[in-house]
Design a binder for this molecule. Sequence first.
Ligand SMILES: Cc1ncc(COP(=O)(O)O)c(C=O)c1O
Length: 365
Amino acid sequence: MEFAERVHSMTESEIRKGITDAANPDFISLAGGVPDARLFPAAEFRAAYDKVLRDAPGTFLQYGPTEGYGRLREIIAEREQTDVAGILLTSGAQQGLDLLGRLFVDQGSRVLVEDPSYLGALETFRQYGAEFVAVPSDDEGIRVDALEKARFLYTMPNFANPSGRTMSERRRRELVEAARERELVIVEDDAYGDLRYEGEPVPNLSILDPRVIRIGSFSKVLAPGLRVGWIRAEPQVIRKLVHLKERSDLCGAFGAQMAVAEVSAILPTHVKTLIETYRPRRDAMIDALTEFCPQVRWRKPEGGFFVWCELPVDARNLDVKDVAFVRGGKFHATRPRHNTMRLSFAGVEPDRIREAVRRIGEALS
Ligand SMILES: Cc1ncc(COP(=O)(O)O)c(C=O)c1O
């Protein structure tokens, strides 16, 4: 069997490995970046699926337009302060990344990324031949003076995966201004943006400049198994993406898109519940790191799922009994730094987080 070039160096996604660890009951897993399944609004989805299957079985079960279910596109367009023609529904944010990789990346195309960056994006862009340039950041976010010419810049301005970093408003304004001057495309991935535990919301890059291409998802605020995400872009970009999407799946899972449209009415209250659940977990992790891991450097995230840690040792040599975490090397697109790790607090109760971090501290001492 002869496989295509692009799969030769492909291995199992590190992210999927994290999820497998999370399923092992012997571990306290701080590895997977997955929401707590106990928080899924299952009853609301049961009612929504029942309703849409009863009221519109033909639409639910038929092929639909590639752009996605119209009502859900309208709901997103309203939230995003844009027109429906600027919204494409995707199979999770991950398909959005894949479509953008196919739209922009040729073999050897330069792509600017944060350091560290989201592994799922790096793996996706790399398969199309991306050559990454890691743009240095400071406390406010990506350093605008360090931007270079590239096909696009991929960035997560809110509670980035894995760094937990949030870009300041001043830096966002500088960034869109600099990108405009240099004709640099910005891809803004905001998978965690609704999950803010402290501080004031900062305007999205796409609000500051409508040329920014924005990726969103219902995975973290409703449920990832739905596979419903979206891309917001200028209509001429959406049209190109629609052509690409036709070639991969014709259309998304229409029934799930219809159910999400129904359930989206609960989002404001549901997101509050999520925030009230995840905030104490974040705080437990920060408190435990302060108490048990004085030798570790970390940044307190204002939202999202992750605390990024810099260790005094090589994380590849760090084995913590019955604790899963993700070693940081692969999140660095260009030069792996092996003294880093990502801890996720989303799926674990505060006392278990404390115990896991205590064990990490013990292994480090
Ligand atoms: C930054 C970021 N973007 C995109 C995704 C993919 O999300 P989805 O489930 O919507 O495909 C994730 C998932 O963890 C993520 O962390």
